[in-house]
Design a protein around this ligand. Structure first.
Ligand SMILES: Cc1ncc(COP(=O)(O)O)c(C=O)c1O
Length: 446
């Protein structure tokens, strides 16, 4: 395509609003024409290593024929049918059955949505429903964490702990409370002598429950590894303590595994790293590797029972046109089959360590403050001063742009550059990420 054709397309592109739109963030967009493995090809001939797997989701990589075929075959057979009362379809039956057998033990019931925001909205409504059915209608609040990203439906917006997502959409929905997350590099809570950050951060949940009143709190929601908030890996003691606190005060624990689910961190689901089980699991993204729009929640048997035993007037009146979408579910099934066959969670573990080790070498740069990761999700935090760890989002943006000029796509999240490449990445391609990022940093004048 000629340069002029691309410019014409970019002009036409102004007819659509892009996500989290500001004109300054959408100057000169890349027009992506094609993808193969970890590589993206633009209309003006650039070849880019997609270090973000799209938006943390293209786990099997681009151009996967098996997934394309699964969608084609299912669309020919039955693209869509309503999954509302009295009807169902084969792919959604098989996918729900599959999820029950390999996600968390005791979470045997799936409800399908089309993405992560809808999944979390469904989780919040289901938590409220559960407590009403249990005779405790006062339990409706959700405790979430500062820095969390849970999506952009109205409820997910106010569960999200990033204020810029709230500013122009207030007033806030009642009942969302935020506490600090355990950020080992810059925890902002108070530590007692010999206390771990995990313990102190879990204590913040208990304090918030006591402050709000346990009889008003329905659920706690957390991403096992915080993504958009800066790729924050929790200390090992945090989630086991959180689980105990939720049990102690009868609070449902919602794990938002929209990023971390389906192998990204080296386990099929990330709370398994710490031997912890949620009551509700939110999933999306990696379930189809982005080849179709699918998300959902998995529910504990106890929650299922409250829905199953309700009278007609107390039915769980929730569902989307695309719940259990036949084509999306067929793609999800095939995607899981591929990921199991190729043992992608193990690949994420092994190649994630290689990526983390490589990125650690960049700490020699004066502005690389912290490098962290779990499986194939890593963060490189940029600071203006290593001593006092002053965040430097401006420098992070400069490095992001330099990396893009070197044919490497990352994502600047404040002062952290995120890397979450397809799990299908090879060893050489992992090394290429480190090489290109290093070259980009090398070229920057301070
Ligand atoms: C942890 C988490 N939850 C929820 C969402 C929202 O998902 P979606 O954009 O599919 O609605 C995202 C999206 O990035 C996410 O990272």
């Amino acid at each position: 395509m000629s340069k002029q054709d691309t410019l014409n397309l970019i002009e036409k592109d102004r007819k659509q609003l892009h996500p989290v739109y500001h004109p300054k963030s959408h100057i000169d967009p890349l027009v992506i024409e094609r993808g193969e493995g970890v590589w993206l090809y633009t209309s003006d001939g650039q070849k880019i290593l997609d270090g973000m797997a799209g938006l943390w989701n293209v786990n099997v990589g681009y151009g996967n024929e098996e997934l394309a075929r699964a969608a084609y075959e299912q669309m020919k057979q039955l693209a869509f049918t309503s999954n509302f009362a009295g009807m169902t379809n084969l792919p959604s039956i098989l996918l729900a059955d599959k999820l029950a057998s390999f996600a968390y033990e005791g979470l045997n019931t799936t409800f399908f949505a089309s993405g992560g925001s809808e999944a979390n909205d469904s989780a919040f409504k289901t938590a409220r429903y559960y407590w009403k059915r249990k005779g405790k209608p006062g339990k409706y609040k959700v405790i979430a964490r500062k820095g969390a990203y849970h999506g952009v439906t109205l409820a997910a917006t106010f569960a999200t702990g990033l204020e810029k997502y709230h500013t122009m959409f207030g007033p806030a929905i009642d009942g969302f409370v935020h506490i600090s997350a355990p950020n080992p590099y810059r925890f902002d809570g108070k530590l007692e002598p010999n206390e771990t950050i995990g313990h102190a951060a879990a204590g913040l949940l208990e304090a918030a429950i006591l402050r709000e009143g346990a009889d008003t709190v329905a659920a706690f929601i957390a991403e096992p590894v915080m993504g958009v908030g800066g790729v924050i890996i929790p200390p090992d003691d945090y989630f086991p303590l959180i689980r105990n606190i939720c049990d102690k005060y009868e609070i449902l624990f919602i794990a938002d595994e929209v990023i971390t689910g389906f192998g990204r961190t080296g386990e099929w689901f990330a709370l398994k790293h710490w031997g912890v089980k949620p009551d509700i699991l939110s999933f999306a993204k990696g379930i189809t590797s982005g080849y179709a729009q699918l998300g959902g929640i998995q529910l504990s048997d106890s929650i299922r029972e409250t829905i199953e035993s309700a009278s007609e007037s107390e039915a769980w009146m929730h569902g989307y046109t695309y719940s259990g979408h036949a084509t999306a579910c067929a793609v999800g099934l095939k995607n899981i089959e591929i990921m199991e066959r190729e043992d992608f969670p193990s690949r994420a573990k092994i190649l994630g360590k290689r990526l983390l080790d490589g990125l650690q070498t960049l700490k020699e740069f004066s502005f690389v403050g912290d490098v962290r990761g779990l499986g194939l999700v890593c963060g490189v935090e940029i600071v203006s001063n290593k001593e006092d760890r002053t965040p430097d989002p401006g420098m992070a943006m400069r490095i992001f742009k330099a990396a893009q000029a070197h044919g490497l796509r990352s994502r600047p999240l404040g002062n952290t550059l995120a890397f979450a490449p397809p799990l299908a990445i090879t060893e050489d391609e992992v090394d290429e990420i480190v090489k290109r990022l290093g070259a980009s940093m090398d070229g920057i004048k301070i």
